[in-house]
Design a protein. Sequence first.
Length: 256
Amino acid sequence: MANKVKFGLKNCYYAPATIGQNGTITYGSPVRLPGAVSLSMDAEGENENFYADDSVYYVVANNSGYSGDLELALIPDSFKQDCLGEILDSQGLATEKSTAEVSPFALLFEFSGDSKKVRHAFYNCTASRPSVEGNTVEDSKTPQTETITISAAPVPATDIVKARTTDTTSEGIYNAWFTSVQEPVITGTQSYTDIFAGTGAKTTFELTHTPTTVTEVTVGGTSTSAYSVSDDEITFTTAPGNEDVVIVTYNYTVNG
C-alpha cells in the first residue's frame, strides 16, 4: 500500500565515488552518517521559454540537480577525510589544507511513512566545508549540530540525478539499499530536442546525443528534409540563415 504521509529521517549513508573518463561512476561501500537531524534539498534549474515568432516557441526543461543542507549531530571524521580532503597525519592530527579537493559521493537516506519507509539516493554529490562554531554552556546543555552543504548533480554518463524506492521495488533492491549503491537500470529510447540559434554560415551542428531516428527538423519554423545525420552530427545541404532557429527533435538509445 502506498504511503499517505512521510515523516522522520534516518539511515543516512555516504558512498565514496570515482568518476571515470567516460562519465560513469563507481562506488565504494556505504558508510553510515549517524545522528541525522534534518535534510533539505532544493531543486536546481528552471524551465526556460524560448521565444520566436512573437510567442513561446519551445519550453526548455532544465534539471541541474539539487542543492541543500544535511544537519548532523556531528560530522564523522571518515566523511571529512573521504569527501572533504582532510588528512590524518602520523601524529593523529586531522589536517585541512588549502589545496585539498573535495571528492564525489552518493548520498543514501530514508524517510519514514505510514505504510513503508522510502529509501532515496543522490548519485553524484559534493560537499562544502562546514562552519566551525561553538557556544558556552549555560544553565542547561543543548547539543550543537553541524551542517554540510551538499550539491547533487546529474551523473555525467547517464544524466541520472536521484532515485527512490516505491511499492514495486524488489525486496532484494530494497534490503540492499544501504549495503551497496543500487543504481537504476534504464533502457530503451528517449526523445530529445536540440535548438540552435544564430547559426551563421554553419552547415554542421553537434547534437547532444546520437540519434537513432530523427522525428522532426525545422529551420526558421519550416520543416525540412535537406539534411543528413552521422553519429552525433547533423549536416544541412544549405546553411541556414543567420537569423534562422534550427530545431532538431530525435530519439536516442538510453542505457543507464
